[in-house]
Design a protein around this ligand. Structure first.
Ligand SMILES: C[S@@+](CC[C@H](N)C(=O)[O-])C[C@H]1O[C@@H](n2cnc3c(N)ncnc32)[C@H](O)[C@@H]1O
Length: 226
């Protein structure tokens, strides 16, 4: 396992998933993403692709007809399973490159900060092909991603040099996704010490430096839709 900034094999999805869980709970503290996507998942068959520790699963599953939580990491899913026990939820531990679901069976796919963790473009493309295969013809995919700029991007050295985020978001748009919504939200940690600890663990002290100024960290979100 490595710690390549929350990339696919990051230690934060495996032996240090407790750190990821604190990060995940703090992220979007005011629930703006939840409020934006809730009307889209209501009474639908939903696939949460790369569901991690179940941040959105926990909020959405009761509103849906069926909720599939898929993730490559069994350690991430273990945390999700402790949060959600319900007959309408099914956990799937596998790579999203081969989704064990039938063609044309899912109404809505949500995927929050997942495709960018996969480094190889051909594997990302395979995941997109799989999403389209399992999606019903009148279904929708929502990708929640980081937008350019803002405090969060600055702390992890993706601002003012915007190339990495821009290249990735341009790639998503090149695949036919359009911007569905964008807004600013924020992380809320217990205190500044906790925020520093989590950011240092994930991105390293040499990247984070003294850029964490408080327990609140602003984050710009873009939601793509197809
Ligand atoms: C940044 S986390 C996001 C987790 C969750 N969606 C959230 O919002 O908290 C990325 C997640 O994608 C999962 N992941 C990475 N590559 C994957 C793949 N090829 N197939 C399935 N899941 C993958 C990781 O294990 C991790 O849980």
């Amino acid at each position: 396992m490595n710690n390549l900034n929350l990339s696919e094999k990051s230690k934060n999805y495996y032996e240090e998933n407790d750190i990821y869980e604190i990060f995940s709970i703090a992220e979007d503290y005011p629930n703006k993403i939840y409020k934006c996507l809730l009307p889209k998942v209501k009474n639908k068959i939903v696939l949460d692709l790369g569901c991690g520790t179940g941040k959105f699963m926990q909020k959405f599953y009761k509103e849906t007809d069926k909720y599939y939580g898929l993730d490559l990491s069994n350690e991430q899913l273990k945390i999700a399973k402790n949060k959600v026990k319900s007959d309408n939820v099914q956990f799937i531990c596998c790579s999203a490159e081969n989704i064990p679901l039938s063609d044309n069976s899912i109404d809505v796919i949500i995927s929050t900060w997942v495709l960018g963790t996969i480094q190889e473009i051909d594997r990302r493309n395979k995941v997109l092909d799989e999403m389209k295969r399992v999606l019903k013809h009148d279904g929708n995919i929502y990708l929640v991603e980081n937008d350019i700029g803002g405090e969060f991007e600055e702390i992890r050295n993706r601002y003012p040099n915007i190339k990495r985020t821009k290249d990735y978001n341009d790639w998503i748009e090149s695949k036919g996704f359009i911007c569905y919504d964008k807004f600013e939200t924020y992380f809320k940690f217990k205190d500044k010490k906790q925020a520093k600890k989590i950011f240092n663990n994930i991105w390293g002290e040499e990247v984070v430096g003294n850029k964490v100024k408080s327990n609140i960290i602003k984050q710009k979100i873009i939601i793509y839709k197809v």
